[in-house]
Design a protein around this ligand. Structure first.
Ligand SMILES: Nc1nc2c(ncn2[C@@H]2O[C@H](COP(=O)(O)OP(=O)(O)O)[C@@H](O)[C@H]2O)c(=O)[nH]1
Ligand SMILES: [Mg+2]
Length: 701
């Protein structure tokens, strides 16, 4: 491969819903360009960009994957992304590495949830977007229906630049509106080759209709073009393309293409349009990065070879015996194979050994990579997804890839008890390669929990854990960190007396307990006057109360938000010591707490659900069924549906992401954050208390 400079590079993220044909299309584009030597297929596990064992087994993409096609003196970096929402972290990372998005829409399914999500993500990044309707050769394919669904659900400035002739098994030609020719494909076409003909008479009317619309739409993006168009002047191909490219940059116009990736029909025209319509890396909008040892200055980043290096690691793939492979996008500067660079995010030096360009699973070593390109290296020591590589002289931190917060939390246990430590290490390595997978230990419930974008995400993560780190983790419903408190006041005695042969034990205290406001925790007050208990033994009473409070009195959960005063007691000059007063404190707590109307507290989450209006009733009804309380609703600021604010007990939110998704066909989304603790209704509390008597972990704790 020759060296490519930033004006010759296009970085395109291929995004869209699962099974819309993205991975197949990436393979076909690389193959039709002649760059990749074999036409691979998702079905037999030979596609360029799906090669992880987890992907081969499931036949869908999980990791962002990189390939490239050399076409018209340009290098198109094709960044294939997963379509299922569970893996959207990698899709967002793919967009962060690219300068434009190729949004793939299935001709059979039209716009789906993943299409919508990634289109909006691309818009939010102000990336130009090119649509392609895929799977045109499939049974029940309909270009017009897919086009309509884009217009209805995504944008009404989408405009076809190509139109298929014959859909489903009859698909054989594509009318190219820019060239005003028909591309006719023969059965047995292997790499996108076609015969170019004039528009066949039977398609002339169809062509004219679309052509008219295309030229009008382009003209409206540019005043001088519009004027000439209205005066009846002809608008040339190059002019039209240039105007379209500018319109795309401003997010005003979205061209639409059609392909069959499997048959390679339409691939060559698409390659040409990616080169002509997508901005080169040189044209990227400047980025603002943090600079300097303190990271407190802002610098502008431009894709120039002679600028200081800045490269964003958008993906690391951990392989236990091979070492990590890190994929990065160079935003400025160039790098040489073997060069030492500086990871400003972690303050460590790294050496770029075996600097390569990725073509799916294959990596070709190169002497140098220039600004704007995508590359990979193996075996960096301490570099993870979202880190910036720069130089020690010019340390830079590029803006983080903004990844979504996890939506599903489960507990994880090592299947074999001896594997606990291995499990912990493996979980942290998984997080390093996939920041949307998170893990922490919950000391209140004594469990390690994992959180991710969905159940499927967590299950796939467990499969990775087994393969890469040789440890099996079992996922279970996480315990809820209930707490206890008191609602009333009371007082009583704790008296500990033991006589065993020689020296005995004697401790005696009187305490008074009262509730504190939520969140105040625990307060101990010494109200002993006249030395009823020697002052050096009073802390032992406090300690005893705290020890007993940690186990509560209802269901073994820690008691919080109460005050305990020690106001009387007695002691024995020989038999009293710290141990005996601690015991007295424990006994006093148990007696008194039971009299003070103890109740269970449960953690609450405040959730914000965004849903299309047609599901609003279902969503609200479901919130109530989960013992939730609606705080309010408002129209979504983007005019797409309603936003519901509600408070729901954490115990009722188990797998909410999955259920909300099935209730709304994936159209609703939600965020949740911890709100605090509140008293549980009596019937729910009784269930928890009954459960806990079976649960020995709390009894032991
Ligand atoms: N008939 C037909 N099937 C296709 C085409 N492209 C992909 N497929 C099939 O659709 C399924 C999903 O394709 P894939 O490329 O993995 O989709 P992705 O999830 O968007 O990456 C696979 O079984 C492919 O073989 C196509 O152009 N025509
Ligand atoms: Mg895929």
């Amino acid at each position: 491969m020759r060296e490519y400079g930033s004006s010759e590079i296009r970085n395109v993220a291929v995004v869209g819903h699962g099974a819309s044909g993205k991975t197949t299309l990436v393979d076909a584009l690389a193959f039709a360009s002649g760059t990749s030597k074999r036409h691979g297929s998702v079905n037999d596990g030979s596609s360029l960009t799906d090669f992880a064992p987890e992907e081969l087994e499931r036949k869908y993409s999980i990791n962002v994957g990189c390939a490239y096609a050399e076409w018209m003196d340009a290098k198109i970096n094709l960044i294939d992304t997963p379509g299922y929402l569970d893996f959207q972290g990698d899709a967002i990372a793919g967009l962060a590495a690219a300068d434009g998005a190729l949004v793939v829409v299935s001709a059979t399914a039209g716009v789906e949830v993943g299409t919508e999500l990634m289109f909006r993500e691309a818009l939010a990044r102000r990336d130009p977007v090119l649509f392609v309707v895929s799977l045109i050769d499939k049974e029940h394919a309909s270009f017009d229906r897919a086009f309509e669904s884009i217009r209805e659900r995504l944008t009404n400035t989408v405009i076809p630049v190509e139109v298929p002739v014959g859909e489903g098994p009859g698909f054989h030609s594509i009318l190219n509106l820019f060239s005003r020719k028909a591309h006719v494909y023969k059965k047995g076409t292997k790499n996108g080759e076609y015969d170019e003909t004039d528009i066949p008479p039977e398609n002339q009317a169809q062509f004219d209709r679309y052509y008219q619309e295309l030229i009008e739409t382009i003209a409206t993006t540019d005043d001088s073009l519009l004027e000439r168009y209205l005066e009846g002047e002809e608008i040339g191909r190059d002019e039209a393309i240039a105007a379209m490219k500018e319109g795309m940059k401003r997010g005003e116009i979205f061209p639409l293409f059609c392909v069959s990736g499997e048959l390679t029909y339409g691939t060559r025209a698409l390659l040409t349009k990616l080169v002509e319509l997508m901005p080169s890396a040189y044209e990227m909008e400047e980025l603002h990065a943090l600079h300097g040892a303190e990271g407190d200055e802002t610098v502008e980043i431009h894709a120039k070879d002679d600028a200081p290096l800045s490269a964003l690691v958008f993906k690391t793939l951990t392989e236990p015996h091979v070492g990590d492979v890190s994929f990065f996008r160079i935003f400025s500067g160039s790098v040489m194979n073997g060069q030492e660079v500086f990871n400003a995010t972690r303050n460590t030096a790294e050496k770029l050994g075996h600097l390569s360009v990725p073509q799916g699973r294959d990596r070709t070593e190169v002497p140098r990579l220039r600004a704007g390109d995508v590359g990979c290296v193996a075996k960096l020591r301490n570099t993870h997804t979202n880190d910036t590589l720069s130089t020690r002289e010019h340390p830079v931190r590029l803006p983080d890839i903004r990844l979504p917060e996890p939506l599903v939390t489960l507990a994880v246990h090592a299947t074999s008890r001896n594997d606990e430590e291995k499990l912990q290490q493996g979980l942290h390595r998984l997080h390093d390669e996939d920041p949307t997978f998170q893990t922490h230990y919950n000391p209140e419930t004594h469990e390690t929990v994992v959180a991710g974008m969905g159940e499927r995400h967590l299950e796939v993560s467990m499969a990775k854990l087994r393969r890469k780190f040789g440890v099996s983790g079992e996922l279970t419903r996480p315990r809820i960190a209930y707490r206890e408190t008191i609602k009333g006041q009371g007082e009583g005695q704790g008296r500990h007396k033991k006589q065993t042969g020689g020296r005995g034990q004697f401790g005696d205290c009187w305490i008074r307990m009262a509730p504190l406001p939520r969140g105040e925790g625990y307060v101990f007050e010494n109200r002993i006057v006249g030395g009823a208990i020697p002052s050096k033994l009073i802390p032992a009473v406090d300690k005893g109360i705290q020890e007993a409070a940690a186990r509560g009195v209802i269901a073994g959960y820690p008691m919080v938000d109460f005050r305990a005063e020690c106001f009387d007691g007695s002691y024995h000059s020989v038999d009293s010591n710290e141990m005996s007063f601690k015991m007295a404190g424990i006994l006093a707590f148990k007696t008194v707490a039971a009299k003070c109307k103890p109740v269970l507290l449960e953690p609450l989450q405040e959730i914000t659900v965004r849903t299309p209006d047609q599901y609003l009733g279902d969503v609200m009804g479901d919130v109530s069924a989960r013992r939730g309380q609606i705080l309010g609703t408002e129209a979504s600021s983007d005019g797409r549906g309603t936003v519901v604010h509600a408070v729901i007990p954490e115990a009722e939110l188990h797998l909410y992401a999955t259920e909300l998704s099935s209730m709304t066909h994936g159209r609703a989304s939600f965020t949740a954050r911890f709100r605090g603790y509140e008293e549980m209704p009596i019937d729910a509390a009784q269930k928890v208390a009954a459960e806990s008597s079976k649960d020995e972990v709390f009894a032991e704790a």
